[in-house]
Design a protein around this ligand. Structure first.
Ligand SMILES: Cc1ncc(COP(=O)(O)O)c(C=O)c1O
Length: 368
C-alpha cells in the first residue's frame, strides 16, 4: 500500500525469531512452542509474526477468535492454529475443514459442534479447556470432563487434540497460585482415559519462570515480542529478550515561539521563554494516548517531552534546540544510549505493556 506518512512501526522479525529460539533452547527438549499471535500479533502483525515464528520452529500458532484464525488461513498460513477463546458452534464445520483447532469448555457445545461436522476425513480438532483457577472459561469439575470425553468417544468427527489451562498469576512473585493451578490441572489431565496429545498450560511468565511446568507445549505471547510480562519477570529472565517494535516519525514542522505562547487544545502548555517547538504527525488515533502528554520522545539521541494536549493526528514537542523538519523522531525504541520502551509508556498510563502493544493504531503502517 502506498504510504506518504513518516509515522511508521518497524517490526524486527529476527528479534521475534531469536526470542523463540532462545526459549526453545531453554525449555525441555520435548516441549514445543505455540506462538500466540492474537490481536494482530500483539500489534506487530499477525501474519508476518506467524510466518516468522513457524520458520523459527514454533509448532503451531494460537489466536483468540475464529476470525483471526480465518485471516491467517486466508493469508496462506498452513500450520495448525488454535483458537483459544470460545467459538460459536456454527464455526465448527469451517474450522474442521480448515484444520483450525478449537477450545471446548462444555459437552453441550461439543454435541452441537459434532452435528455440524459431517466429514470423517476432516474431523474437528478440539483442545479441552480446564479452568484451574483463572475463573474465565473452561470446565471445573470431573462430571463435565466425563461428559466431554463421552461425546468425543461417541463421535467420528471430533478428535481430541489437546488439553490446556491458563495461569492467572504466573507473573507475580508469589508462586502459590501457579503451583495450585498446575496441580489441579494435572489432576484433571490424569482423568482423561488417554492422555491428550498436546497438554499445555504456560504463558510467557510461566514458560520463563517455571520450566518444570512446560509439559508438551507452552503458549508464548508477550515475550515472543521481547517484552517481559511484568517487572518481576523482567528481573528474573533466564535469557535476554529482544524487543521487536519501534515506533518512529519525523518532525513535520519546527518553529520558535516567544515567552507566554500557548500550545494545542485548551492552551494548557505555555512557553516559559523562547522555545523551539516541533510538531509530530502522530496523535491519539495512532495510539499516542492523550495521557502520554509530558512523555519523552527521542530526537538526535536526546529525550524531549511532548507538550500540551495530544491531538488526534498530531502533537507538539519541546525541542532542546533548532532541528530541521524531517529529523527522525523515535517514540518507542532506541537512539544511541537512550531507549523508550512500551513499559515506560505503560507506567505513565497506569497500565501494562500488553495494552500498549495492541494500542498502536492500524493507521500506522508496519514495516518489516
Ligand atoms: C489462553 C492464553 N494463553 C496464552 C496467552 C499468552 O500470554 P502471554 O502473552 O502472557 O505470554 C494468553 C494471553 O493472554 C492467553 O489468553
Amino acid at each position: 500500500m502506498e504510504n506518504y506518512r513518516p509515522t511508521k512501526a518497524i517490526v524486527n522479525l529476527q528479534a521475534i525469531q531469536e526470542n523463540l529460539r532462545n526459549l526453545k533452547r531453554y525449555l525441555p527438549h520435548r516441549t514445543s512452542v505455540i506462538a500466540v499471535v492474537k490481536a494482530d500479533g500483539y500489534g506487530h502483525g499477525e501474519v508476518e509474526v506467524a510466518r516468522a515464528a513457524i520458520a523459527a520452529g514454533a509448532r503451531m500458532v494460537s489466536v483468540a477468535t475464529p476470525d483471526e484464525a480465518l485471516h491467517l488461513r486466508n493469508c496462506g498460513i498452513t500450520a495448525d492454529i488454535l483458537v483459544m477463546g470460545l467459538s460459536p458452534v456454527r464455526f465448527a464445520e469451517k474450522a474442521a475443514a480448515l484444520g483450525i483447532h478449537l477450545a471446548v469448555s462444555d459437552a453441550g457445545w461439543l454435541r452441537q459442534a459434532a452435528d455440524y461436522v459431517k466429514e470423517v476425513d476432516h474431523p474437528l480438532s478440539v483442545h479441552v479447556k480446564i479452568d484451574s483457577g483463572m475463573g474465565r472459561i473452561g470446565l471445573r469439575d470431573e462430571i463435565a470432563l466425563q461428559d466431554i470425553v463421552e461425546v468425543i468417544e461417541g463421535s467420528t468427527t471430533i478428535r481430541l487434540a489437546g488439553a490446556f489451562t491458563h495461569f492467572a498469576c504466573a507473573d507475580e512473585e508469589n508462586p502459590s497460585q501457579t503451583k495450585e493451578q498446575f496441580k489441579r490441572f494435572i489432576e484433571f489431565v490424569d482423568k482423561f482415559p488417554q492422555r491428550p496429545p498436546l497438554v499445555h498450560a504456560s504463558n510467557s511468565a510461566a514458560a520463563l519462570l517455571y520450566p518444570q511446568y512446560a509439559l508438551d507445549a507452552v503458549r508464548f505471547g508477550i515475550s515472543l515480542y521481547g517484552i517481559a510480562p511484568s517487572t518481576y519477570v523482567g528481573a528474573k529472565l533466564p535469557f535476554d529478550l529482544k524487543k521487536a517494535f519501534t515506533l518512529e516519525t519525523e518532525l513535520a514542522y519546527v518553529k520558535k515561539l516567544g515567552k507566554g505562547e500557548r500550545i494545542s487544545y485548551g492552551g494548557t502548555y505555555e512557553t516559559m521563554h523562547d522555545e523551539w517547538i516541533g510538531t509530530l504527525p502522530v496523535g491519539y488515533a495512532d495510539g499516542l494516548k492523550r495521557g502520554l502528554r509530558n512523555q519523552d520522545v527521542l530526537i538526535g539521541g536526546e529525550r524531549m517531552p511532548i507538550v500540551g494536549t495530544i491531538c488526534m493526528d498530531q502533537c507538539m514537542v519541546k525541542l532542546t534546540r533548532e532541528f530541521a523538519a524531517g529529523e527522525k523522531v523515535t517514540l518507542i525504541g532506541r537512539q544511541g544510549d537512550e531507549e523508550i520502551t512500551m513499559e515506560e509508556w505503560a507506567d505513565r498510563l497506569g497500565t501494562i505493556p500488553y495494552e500498549i502493544a495492541v494500542t498502536v493504531g492500524k493507521r500506522v503502517p508496519r514495516i518489516y
